[in-house]
Design a protein around this ligand. Structure first.
Ligand SMILES: [Zn+2]
Length: 288
């Protein structure tokens, strides 16, 4: 794990999100779990060697942030926003999250095969939140404060976790640092508001959902990426391109690589980013 501050560690090198933990005088708080089974087990052992796990907070419902919760059963209280809890490992027409977790095993974690649960066993207890809230929530552990800020946009139940004593904010996928941004299931207008809210925090270190640890200055770049995608698809709509033409022609694949281990998803990301924006920009606004 990479040490961000005296009490904050993260890992930006794994396939999946950047799982992290914060050590306090009264135990450990985990923020997102490794998607790969052996990595989840290893991170739990490392965290528990430093103190009991008090809380496990998830920043969003996407599989790469929550699947590893399964390997943290019995370790601390899981805290989820209501919008995250409602979507926890729920299959959608675009993605079966359980399958997505399973297909990574042979290539990325062959040692995890033996501890990968069958579907029915997994869904019996995936270790969802038992503290479930709307709006914001503040937790105190030892001498540390955890401000759980509802920052929807990338997903409806998105959280940023600000730990003022460490001058660190964990943003989940509100920030993709120097790697491809996934726009599906997102609301770009809300997302930009979320970036503004995070920008107002007093923090030195930003732990993104994907990519290396950065600073609040990267928020401006993330906003530019969102605005460029939206403007490009808006322009396609204005030109009268069909959905298929838009998907074929609007493409930001050259801009950044995909995060660790997911290079094969590049076309999927480009297609669904363009398609989801096209559908939103061509739908009739509610109330008309
Ligand atoms: Zn993610």
């Amino acid at each position: 794990m990479q040490r961000v501050t005296d009490n904050v560690c993260t890992d930006t090198t794994l396939r999946g999100c950047n799982p992290s933990y914060v050590t306090t005088r009264d135990g450990v708080v985990v923020i997102d779990t490794p998607q790969l089974p052996t990595r989840a087990v290893a991170m739990r052992q490392e965290a528990e060697s430093l103190g009991p796990i008090r809380y496990l907070i998830n920043t969003e419902h996407h599989v790469d942030h929550i699947f590893g919760n399964y390997y943290f059963r019995g370790a601390g209280t899981v805290v989820n926003h209501q919008g995250l809890h409602d979507n926890f490992m729920v299959p959608t027409p675009d993605l079966d999250p359980y399958e997505y977790a399973r297909e990574a095993i042979p290539t990325d974690d062959p040692g995890g095969e033996a501890i990968f649960p069958p579907r029915d066993e997994y869904y019996r207890d995936p270790n969802k939140g038992t503290i479930v809230f709307t709006g914001d929530l503040t937790l105190r552990v030892g001498d540390h404060t955890f401000h759980l800020l509802h920052t929807p946009g990338h997903t409806p139940g998105q959280l940023a976790v600000h730990v003022p004593e460490e001058r660190v904010v964990f943003t989940g996928d509100t920030v993709f640092n120097e790697c491809q941004t996934w726009l599906m299931t997102s609301n770009v207008e809300q997302w930009i508001e979320a970036l503004d809210r995070i920008k107002a925090l007093d923090a030195d270190h930003l732990v993104p959902g994907h990519g290396p640890v950065t600073t609040l200055s990267y928020l401006d770049r993330q906003r530019a990426v969102l605005l460029e995608w939206k403007a490009a698809v808006a322009d396609a709509v204005a030109r009268g391109w069909t959905r298929e033409e838009t998907i074929a022609r609007v493409n930001f694949a050259e801009r950044y690589p995909v995060d660790v281990g997911q290079g094969y998803m590049m076309d999927h990301i480009q297609t669904l980013n363009a398609a989801s924006l096209y559908d939103k920009l061509t739908s009739v606004p509610a109330g008309r």
